[in-house]
Design a protein around this ligand. Sequence first.
Ligand code: GTP
Ligand code: MG
Length: 370
Amino acid sequence: PETIVVQELANRMAERAADVVKSLMKMGLMVSMNEPIDADTAELVIEEFGHKAVRVSDSDVEQVIDKVQDADEDLVPRPPIVTIMGHVDHGKTSLLDAIRKTSVVSGEAGGITQHIGAYQVTTDSGAVLTFLDTPGHAAFTSMRARGAQVTDIVVLVVAADDAVMPQTVEAIAHARAAKVPMIVAINKCDKPSANPQKVRTGLLQHEVVVEQMGGEVLDVEVSALTGKGLDLLLESIALQAEILDLRANPKRAAAGAVIEAKLDVGRGPVATVLIEHGTLRKGDIFVVGAQWGKVRALINDKGQRVDEAGPSVPVEVLGLNGTPEAGDVLNVVETEAQAREIADYRDQVIRDKRAAAGAATTMEQLMAKA
Ligand code: GTP
Ligand code: MG
């Protein structure tokens, strides 16, 4: 059963613990301020003090994307979310950059991906694809654990002048764990030293059997430098997506995952959110991690202000009261009071965990000294 310690309840109401104990006494309950009371009793006390109780559930704390079964007629096709993965320097950003035909690589510090970017592109045949460029897999693992489907298809980039490397193997494991199909992009095929066949046999050792080797994994020879094979790669992704028949309900309250978040000097806290289901609109009230907010503006991947963002759309959200963390889940809620309460509660849980971790460390240190 849900409980709350008297002192904690008093803190949250900004009342004195002694007064809460007195109030409980009037109700016939003899408890000290360090003892817990059940949620129903707490609610009575809260009303007694003239406050309004807002109950939060476990799911409010755990940040899950709710998996309510949508009615078939509410589901509409959504773009696939494609994650580019692969070993360092194998050309993930260059490839994505070539796909977008803009320049991200030249603007990056030291040519290393500093953040996770999310962009949408439209193929020649009209398919819309959402791309994620990621420097690490940790955020993805955490998002997946929270039920966020942040990857539908993995594009595994392997440089043809190199070979299957540790992070290539990691990416394969990630795709398998996420149970998402993989498409292999054999990159840097423009190089004289390129040896695509070596990549294929290397993959074979990790039980990735590409089409050219008689398997079922699509593989495309590409060059981010010359643009060779990119159209074929995009069409292969679109084809794979068609088979997956991805759908989502745009009519629900929006939920999504934070791809990146930062404190912008001019604009305040900004989060790039990948919408999973529902449609996020200006004015929507939401909770995201231990933060909450009201959508002040939405900015798409082309830097344009938009009024709404539907499933599989990456969008920058302005109007947060604090900076969330990558991997946090955004959920639209009905009232500001609810958003505030859930955010406060999560914040408290995080603090408690930190305090507990701190105490444990101290205990360990004491033990070590003894
Ligand atoms: P990290 O984000 O650091 O993991 O690297 P990345 O995988 O995003 O690689 P990036 O796109 O930064 O490319 C690494 C280097 O390879 C850069 O110097 C690119 O110019 C070069 N490069 C990428 N693709 C190609 C290609 O198709 N051909 C050639 N010749 N060079 C390429
Ligand atoms: Mg990169």
